[in-house]
Design a protein around this ligand. Structure first.
Ligand code: C5P
Length: 303
């Protein structure tokens, strides 16, 4: 009987680019937020060391390129276990959408396999593995509302943002992250500048007043993304913004009725739409754990 884990998506409430780094990445200041759109990851431990991944979506590669497989293999070699896993991924989070689906899957695989293999790495080692897998992966070890600095991989938990109803619109295009950053064409950051807390967080910083610096590039290449953002405002969003490098845009709505009306309007425009709520840090940890315990024992014992 497999154990089932939830793997939540994120949005970037704000995203600033502070410069281009000598390693080719960009120095960011972003506010991440987990939301309740999620994939499910079913895991069965095996006595042989193979990591076998399957997925209900034919678009997802299940070979060694998949971040879940790479996460499992990295943990395996770090802790030196001979155990393996059969993993099945049920996808709901759209890909190349700025919602961090693959990164979330990788982080949840690390946390889940630590439990199932009964191994534990020191926090900084686990964080190191996560950061090598991708810049967004470390955030999903923590969840809730958090500031991301550096490549977005240095995570500072913030107080949970009080967010109303969140409407996501997927405007029908996929946007790969790398080319968006390359198009920014920024100067190199001063190698001596180290962006750390608290110096990199101005007094009175408010993500509501800060946009997403990647919007300009994406709006130019994919006008439909800007259009979706404008529509969200016309449908009553208090704030509408692109998440990450897109293509998904999100709108914050004051109440359930206006958010549902916006979702219906988005569907009528031919777009995929969701009404979501934020997932705070405590709930994030608890929900993943509860999913684990339900999948692990109850059904099995009850039958
Ligand atoms: O780390 P990840 O594989 O998610 O990043 C995808 C690409 O996005 C990188 O190869 C890089 O080109 C770009 N990127 C960047 N600066 C960041 C994060 C990502 O330039 N902070």
């Amino acid at each position: 009987m497999p154990n089932t884990f939830l793997s939540f998506a994120k949005i970037n409430l704000s995203l600033e680019i502070l410069g281009r780094r000598p390693d080719g990445y960009h120095e960011l200041r972003t506010v991440f937020q987990t939301i309740n759109l999620c994939d499910q990851i079913e895991i069965e431990v095996t006595a042989t060391p193979d990591i076998v991944l399957t997925c209900d979506s034919p678009d997802v590669p299940c070979d060694g390129h998949n971040l879940v497989v790479r996460a499992a293999q990295a943990l395996q070699s770090a802790v030196g276990t001979r155990q393996g896993a059969r993993i099945h991924l049920r996808k709901q989070i759209p890909m190349q959408a700025g919602l961090g689906g693959g990164s979330s899957n990788a982080a949840v695989a690390l946390l889940a396999l630590q439990q199932l293999w009964d191994v534990q790495l020191p926090q900084d080692e686990l964080h190191g593995i996560a950061a090598r897998l991708g810049a967004d992966v470390p955030f999903f070890l923590t969840g809730g509302t958090a500031l991301g600095l550096g490549r977005g991989d240095r995570i500072y938990p913030l107080l949970d943002a009080e967010l109303p109803f969140i409407v996501l619109v997927h405007p029908g295009v996929s946007v790969p992250t790398g080319p968006v950053f390359h198009r920014l064409n920024m100067g190199l950051t001063n190698a001596t500048t180290v962006h750390t807390l608290p110096s990199s967080l101005p007094v009175g910083f408010d993500w509501r007043q800060v946009g997403n610096a990647l919007e300009a590039v994406v709006f130019e290449d994919f006008p439909v993304v800007r259009q979706a953002c404008d529509r969200l405002r016309a449908w009553g969003a208090l704030l509408a913004r692109m998440s990450g490098s897109g293509s998904v845009v999100f709108g914050l709505f004051a109440d359930a009725a206006t958010s549902e009306a916006a979702r219906q309007a988005g569907l009528a425009a031919g777009w995929r739409c969701w009404v979501c709520r934020s997932v705070g840090r405590a709930a994030y940890a608890q929900l993943m754990h509860r999913a684990y315990t339900v999948g692990r024992g109850k059904l099995h014992r009850g039958n």
